[in-house]
Design a protein around this ligand. Sequence first.
Ligand code: SF4
Ligand code: SF4
Length: 433
Amino acid sequence: MQTNFSPTQLADPDTAVANGILRTCVHCGFCTATCPTFVTLGDELDSPRGRIYLIKDMLESGRPATEEVVRHVDRCLSCLSCMTTCPSGVHYMHLVDHARAYIEETYERPWPERMLRRALSKLIPYPGRFRLALRAAKLGRPFARLIPGQSMTAKRLRAMLALSPGALPSTEPGQGPGVYRAEGERRGRVALLTGCAQKVLSPSINLATIRLLNRMGIEVVVKAEQGCCGSLDHHMGHHEPAMRFAQANVEAWSAEMEREGLDAIVVNASGCGTTVKDYGFMFREAAPDLAVKAARVSALAMDITEVLEKFDYAPTRAKPGMTVAYHSACSLQHGQKITTLPKQLLTRAGFTVKEPAEGHLCCGSAGTYNILQPEIAGQLKARKLENIQRTKADIVAAGNIGCLTQLSSGNLPVVHTVELLDWMNGGPRPSGV
Ligand code: SF4
Ligand code: SF4
């Protein structure tokens, strides 16, 4: 694709990167067929190619984002299915991330939306605040249907209340800062990102991860200074807070690497994993010391399934005689290109694994998407649940907390892959299974 940026515009490193990405697009349109919003809405402007044109025009003009551009970029799930499909290697993720930051800088959203986005940004990445907000939402749940109107604000409020869990898991100890010692001879040492929302919504995921790794002879370090990975803010275009969160993690893990060494930085929420693996890019223009540390952190970041494979996961229990529908989270399959490994591990653990049809399509969770775009998210969820139902499986497994929350309203128990692997290696049976 031909671009027309001025030399002054190209002096900005972010614009220069966007220019390079835009120039790799050959407008072939292959990506439209696998884009969930194009498949759902049928509008070229809600396809990757359409958005690429809109972003190109916005950046080249140097003018503030228009309502039209914002509408179509906002509807993008950042699922990255287009990156898997694109034969030309267009790095859509970096392009849309830059576009979102540009929009936040130049466009004034209506005040109810500004408030909602600010609230999400100030609540979800902080476990204490998020827990309190969920308790308040629980009280509001019975009244969700009484919120009147068909305005976007009303729909978003209803979606937010509907998504809040009816019962919040108790704050279980065992995932806080500290060193969790390996059982038997130590075979490895890793840091674990325990996350923010996941800690509150499903503490059993971190507990299963730590238990399983310890049993496999791996010491797990949870740093007190770490926190949210930054992706929630990053995907809303909030550049500063995203970078602050990311830097705190980079510093915490770098200190640990220098202190006692790490074999991996384990991430068990694939949405977060995609971002941590991108820290090197995010800090490419930072001071050299920080840029080097961020690149090292990204190089060491691994999804939990990659770590389990590296340390030869093996089951110790007899086959459970159960069928698992494996939902491949977009961030894992498209963001990190991890597609077969989770299924191989579940099969090795003794489960029969089935893959729902249209596995490349997003479930509609996508961070805060199911709150900010409730209608499209609802349609994608219904489609996904129907495809899952058709597998006739006993359980649904996925590697990302967002998907687990989104799919929990279906008929089947929904668990993290690592909870099943821990169970088959001697851990407790996951709740609800
Ligand atoms: S598939 Fe790739 S090259 Fe083709 S239109 Fe989409 S982004 Fe551009
Ligand atoms: S990231 Fe997903 S929703 Fe966005 S353009 Fe690409 S395929 Fe479509």
